[in-house]
Design a protein around this ligand. Structure first.
Ligand SMILES: [Zn+2]
Length: 242
């Protein structure tokens, strides 16, 4: 499947056509043919908002997992916070995307302590409860140990890999034919992970997507500085850096 917005719309239409019901990590048990759509936001909240709007066109609800420990965006900033609120207002859930590399963690108890710590911060910032956590670049230890938390659903728990057919677009590559699998209706429960970062209007490849992101950062940085340096344009015009 190509990583375009039109193909993503097609995927949603196909799921609807095959009578899958869009579920969250906490309500899927009451649904006979659930599909959980999970989006990990590794780099860009703006890209996530694009996908959130497309899903809203189809009355589809999904879960967006945000990172706290990242250099790419800051959930405390006014603009990022506004985007998260907009995603919520479009009907979606927010989950915690957790980077275990951020801490020194030697046991499940320590992992739970840090996950709980970030969950509370996130809940405070978005002013609503957070029900699920997904791990950013999960270690073998996470993947193989069916770790359960007291107050958060672990999306890497065995439940979401055994009773569900799991499909992921990691590294801009579907390891299996996602469209073919949906079409076949071989599975009653689907768990689909996408990274909004890979999707755009045009079809591209991993190199063009990454290059595009790096290039757009110049403009973004310029406007961030403009918020902080009075009359920046008298010092440097945007055109001079592009
Ligand atoms: Zn991630």
């Amino acid at each position: 499947m190509e990583f375009t917005y039109s193909k993503y719309r097609f995927l949603l239409e196909l799921l609807k056509h095959k009578k899958y019901e869009f579920a969250s990590y906490s309500n899927y048990k009451a649904i006979s043919k659930p599909v959980i759509l999970r989006h990990d936001i590794d780099n860009s909240l703006t890209k996530a908002l694009e996908i959130a709007k497309i899903e809203n066109e189809f009355h589809v609800k999904s879960t967006y997992f945000v990172l706290l420990s990242t250099d790419f965006y800051n959930i405390f900033s006014k603009s990022c916070n506004a985007i998260i609120k907009e995603i919520i207002n479009l009907g979606h859930e927010i989950g915690l995307h957790f980077d275990e590399q951020r801490y020194i963690i030697n046991s499940e108890n320590e992992l739970e302590r840090y996950v709980e710590y970030e969950k509370k911060i996130l809940e405070g910032v978005i002013e609503r409860s957070v029900e699920a956590v997904s791990m950013h670049r999960p270690s073998k230890w996470i993947l193989e140990n069916n770790i359960q938390f007291r107050s958060l659903i672990n999306t890497y728990g065995a439940e979401f890999f055994i009773t569900f057919k799991y499909l992921s677009d990691s590294r801009m590559q579907w390891r299996e034919d996602v469209i073919g699998i949906i079409n076949s209706e071989r599975y009653d429960k689907l768990h689909i992970l996408t990274h909004p970062f890979w999707y755009a209007h045009d079809s591209g490849n991993i190199k063009s997507r990454i290059k595009g992101y790096i290039n757009s950062a110049k403009k973004e940085r310029y406007y961030q500085l403009k918020e902080n340096i009075t009359k920046l344009e008298e010092i440097l015009e945007l055109e001079e850096v592009l």
